[in-house]
Design a protein around this ligand. Sequence first.
Ligand SMILES: Cc1cc2nc3c(=O)[nH]c(=O)nc-3n(C[C@H](O)[C@H](O)[C@H](O)COP(=O)(O)O)c2cc1C
Ligand code: SF4
Ligand code: SF4
Length: 284
Amino acid sequence: MNAVIVCFTGTGNTLRVCRALADALRAQGCDVRQELLRADRPVPDVAGADRLLVAFPVHGFNAPAPVLTFLKNIAAGEGRIAYLVRTSGEPLSFNDGAIPAPRRLLEKKGWRVAGDLHYVMPYNIIFRHSDGMASRMWRAVLRRVPADAAAVCAGEGRLPKVGFSARAASVLCRVEHPAAHLIGRGFHATDACIGCGLCERNCPQGNIRMEGGRPVFGKNCVICMACAFGCPKDAVRTGVLNGWRVNGGYAFDAPPVSDEEVCGYCKNSYLRYYHSAEAAEETE
Ligand SMILES: Cc1cc2nc3c(=O)[nH]c(=O)nc-3n(C[C@H](O)[C@H](O)[C@H](O)COP(=O)(O)O)c2cc1C
Ligand code: SF4
Ligand code: SF4
């Protein structure tokens, strides 16, 4: 059996999860091909995939626009099995609002969506989680992927029932898709910029070009935050979203937070998420 994992990522969290899933699928004897959804790469070819995994970060309770565009044009599934793989900064069920649109597009093209794999990963916008939170999130991913990979191989899975509030939040926040182009026009680099070109290379949309040693931001931004997050000099300013800017990678190998140290924001949801992942390991 073979699987194709198509991944859109801004700041690397979703790619990190996809790599762990790919390793777990290979350990199950599955042949895995990983594809990145980026403007500078060919559109992923999913012909012949026994299992298709479409992976993305939740953006404003939605799948990012490039994912929806890819799915609108995807090859016919002819009854083959697909999964959604999501990462999000918090475990709230509002994030389930990101399921219906990509699911509908896949089903319209004849794919059978058998499950939704949702992993919590640290925020790349709004605020910075502690490295200890990131580390505990990552441990939860590693605990969950073996069972998730086994379910994918078996063609099994679960799709949460998406409630009215999550659907409504998703519809309201979809304004982000057209607004992103405008908001992205407000991005610029400060004098701290050293002209390294990393932001240009990191941008999945090909929306940045270097001119005179400085990045110039175009009209195709999807607010993935790769440019601001990855800048070694924290020189990218993100217009009206600048107060929510997060810069610099997480130390996923840091000592994980204890239950008492879990951050106060949505504490109970994080605890439920961690405990369920940790219980899953114990029952394996
Ligand atoms: C524009 C934007 C909107 C986001 N919206 C949400 C959200 O609605 N819910 C959530 O839990 N996390 C949200 N996040 C956080 C990301 O989903 C999370 O950090 C994700 O793991 C990033 O994945 P990536 O590194 O593959 O881009 C958002 C991030 C961005 C940049
Ligand atoms: S990554 Fe930062 S320092 Fe490098 S070119 Fe972009 S803005 Fe300048
Ligand atoms: S300009 Fe920055 S935020 Fe916009 S798509 Fe490119 S990397 Fe992402």
